[in-house]
Design a binder for this molecule. Structure first.
Ligand SMILES: [Mg+2]
Length: 234
């Protein structure tokens, strides 16, 4: 952990379609774990981009005829984490790293004034596992992140991460959320931090703009420009 009074900016990265695409390995592990815990055949996922696992899982259980998900959640998340860990070696081949990601994370990691972490709807084990599959965890302090098994409400994940990071590093001048969905933007705005949107997911730039993002980027491919934006030097 770096110290302390140098650190001024906290960058919270969304995972899926912001940093990486997991190539369906996560969804497959989710379905396998679902059947292992409930005995019910998995019939597939609805559009879940930007939701949190704690928000989505009761809805998916209900869709499969299980009205009360709560008693299953702990066992389910444990099984999901284990199944994903067993399959995560497939992620680099079946998924992909998005343009500029490695270079942007490395450049920000080299700066003493920036801490980077994850704020993702994935449960912690899966969110961290997805970025670790590409070796990106070396650039992140994942301990101070916000995850889909912390809370169902995404804005709460932003607040939780900020609290964790401020305990570790002290107060920040600026906190930024980078994500690919309207839900990432809404979570940032709800928590009172800067929303940076990337149009590398299923949401067009115009929609991210309309949602109130402070900045909208086509992707992270303009490494110098993205680093300048995220460090306030643009
Ligand atoms: Mg995403």
């Amino acid at each position: 952990m770096r110290h302390d009074r140098d650190v001024q900016r906290l960058v919270m990265w969304d995972v899926d379609l912001t940093l990486i695409a997991a190539g369906g390995v996560g969804v497959e592990a989710y379905g396998t774990a679902f059947t292992a815990v409930t005995g019910v055949p998995w019939t597939g996922v609805f559009a879940a981009a930007g939701t949190t696992d704690l928000e989505m899982t009761p809805l998916l259980f209900a869709q499969h005829g299980i009205a009360e998900a709560t008693p299953h959640l702990e066992a389910f998340f444990t099984a999901y984490a284990a199944e994903f860990a067993a399959q995560s070696h497939r992620v680099p081949a079946e998924g992909r790293l998005l343009p500029g990601v490695e270079q942007v994370l490395a450049a920000l990691h080299a700066r003493p004034d920036v801490v980077q972490t994850l704020v993702t709807g994935n449960i912690a084990a899966v969110g961290i596992g997805k970025v670790a599959a590409f070796g990106l965890d070396r650039y992140l302090d994942t301990v101070v992140g916000g995850y889909g098994d912390d809370d169902a409400v995404r804005a709460t994940l932003v607040r939780r991460s900020r609290e964790r990071a401020e305990i570790a590093y002290g107060p920040f001048d600026e906190v930024l959320v980078v994500g690919d969905t309207v839900r990432d933007v809404a979570a940032a705005l709800g928590a009172g931090v800067t929303a940076v949107a990337v149009a590398t997911g299923h949401t067009p730039a115009a929609e991210l703009e309309a949602a109130g993002a402070h900045h909208v980027l086509p992707d992270l491919g303009d490494v110098d420009g993205v680093v300048a934006l995220l460090t306030g030097e643009a």
